[in-house]
Design a binder for this molecule. Structure first.
Ligand SMILES: N[C@@H](CCC(=O)OP(=O)(O)O)C(=O)O
Length: 461
């Protein structure tokens, strides 16, 4: 994790966790994120980060891409028996049209298929998967009718895109989806994206649309991801129960928060929570996308947030050296097991080295060769930190027999025909990749007006 003794460094906070190790939600403990430090540096950060970058990574002018995620609670008033929130549909259509007229391209990630299905059929949300899938099939039609009507009335064409995690896991399908988005955006068509709920089964589900929106942001190479919700940002504590809770305006380096991907429980009509928003922001940041978590009612302020650096909600800054291509895709893969490695190995992995048996401390889960696993480093304190993802060369039972083995012992077990590494460096992707500078250095860089730091922040190198 990037740390620094610099006086301007923001201390690393710890996220509150439940007894089962999940991120507590919404009472996320970010108190250590000292507000005075954030405030002192806010104008510099705001002044540099949120301006449309002039050039795409390829060096050609391309429109900034804005992904807007709207949750079920923003699209439906109250629970079952309520009705569609026409104000929010209208605000979304109008704001999207304004952003498009300013030269940006908009992608909407929508929830609400299940919730709207409940409205249409006058049913409560069922607990079984097939029941929810059937409702989603009904609700998605109604949702798209609403989107089509509202977007048409502001002169925008929209398109429905349904994605499942399977589509992301298969690199060919991932690339196909990327081409489809490109073709839609090139024609100024606004894709309306949701999970393909009717086909997704439990183990290949995004599960929540915050995660889906981060995958979409990575897929389309977005510049901004807006996560609209019913609170006006990320707080230092639960604002509903703690009067001292303060809104965090800027998270300069999401890696300082040590966010782990955590499942959030379903509640009411939606499934996402603050923990999934932080996980989504982390994925987006690694892909070079700024995330803004804010209240749905702030939607009309989006143009000012982007163009005038207006401070609304919580801004999570993109990593200055985002992941691209295959490495970015690896980070999106769902992990089916864990490999715990030594601290020494972690440094090597972050410096783009392959993973060998000597680095292994533990193997968890039941997986086969070619599966994606989570890499964890066990720190001196005994705590484990999420290091990244790897596509492994061996199955879990084989890897378990390699733990702590020297390379000679490893070769003896495997024989010379097997792959030399547990995971090749081309198949490893760390959250803090090779060449990434510590957060304080980034901040100091941004403060130096003549250092070209603005493009450091905005460009996807
Ligand atoms: N695909 C589901 C989305 C579920 C979901 O993530 O909902 P939310 O927590 O409201 O963003 C649906 O359309 O109902």
């Amino acid at each position: 994790m990037a740390t620094s003794s610099s006086p301007t460094a923001i201390p690393s906070p710890t996220l509150a966790r439940t007894s089962s190790g999940e991120l507590a939600d919404p009472a996320i403990d970010l108190r250590a994120y000292a507000m005075r430090d954030v405030r002192r540096q806010l104008s510099d950060v705001r002044g540099c980060a949120l301006v449309p970058r002039p050039n795409s990574p390829a060096g050609t002018n391309r429109a900034p891409i804005v992904v807007i995620k709207v949750g079920t609670s923003s699209l439906l008033r109250g629970g079952v028996g309520g009705h569609l929130n026409l104000t929010n549909f209208a605000a979304l259509a109008e704001t999207s049209a304004i952003l498009q007229s300013l030269g940006m391209r908009v992608v909407v990630v929508t929830s609400g298929a299940v919730g709207v299905g409940c409205q249409v059929l006058h049913k409560k949300k069922p607990s079984d998967l097939a029941g929810k899938q059937a409702l989603a099939a009904v609700g998605m039609v109604r949702l798209m009718r609403m989107y089509d009507d509202f977007f048409q009335s502001v002169g925008q064409t929209c398109a429905q895109v349904l994605i499942s995690l399977d589509n992301i896991m298969d690199r060919q399908q991932y690339c196909n989806a990327q081409s489809t988005f490109k073709a839609l955006l090139a024609q100024d068509i606004i894709p309306i994206v949701n999970e393909n709920d009717t086909v997704a089964v439990q183990h290949t589900k995004f599960g929540d649309n915050d995660t889906l929106s981060a995958h979409v942001a990575a897929l389309v190479d977005a510049d901004y991801l807006f996560l609209l919700t019913d609170v006006d940002g990320i707080y230092t504590a639960n604002p509903h129960t703690n009067p001292d809770a303060e809104r965090i305006e800027v998270v300069e380096n999401i890696e300082d928060l040590n966010v782990c991907t955590a499942e959030s429980g379903e509640s009411g009509l939606g499934t996402g929570g603050m923990a999934t928003k932080l996980s989504a922001a982390r994925l987006a940041a690694a892909s070079g996308c700024n995330t803004i978590v804010m209240h749905t009612s702030s939607m009309p302020e989006m143009p000012e947030i982007i163009l005038k650096q207006k401070s609304v909600g919580t801004l999570v800054l993109a990593m200055p050296r985002p992941l691209r291509g295959r490495k970015r895709w690896i980070l999106l893969l769902p992990a089916v097991g864990d490999l715990v490695v030594t601290e020494r190995a972690a440094t090597a992995l972050e410096n783009n080295k392959s993973l060998f048996s000597t680095a292994l401390l533990e193997c968890r889960g039941d997986f086969t060769a070619e599966d994606a696993v989570r890499l964890l480093v066990r720190e001196e304190s005994g705590e484990e930190r999420d290091l990244g993802r790897a596509i492994v060369n061996y199955a879990s039972d084989e890897i378990a027999s390699f733990i702590g083995k020297t390379s000679e012992e490893f070769y003896e077990i495997v024989g010379y025909a097997g792959a030399e590494s547990i995971a090749h460096r081309n198949n490893i992707c760390c959250w803090i990749p090779f060449g990434h500078e510590p957060s304080s250095a980034n901040l100091v860089g941004m403060n130096a007006s003549s250092s070209g730091s603005l493009s450091d922040v905005n460009a996807k190198t």
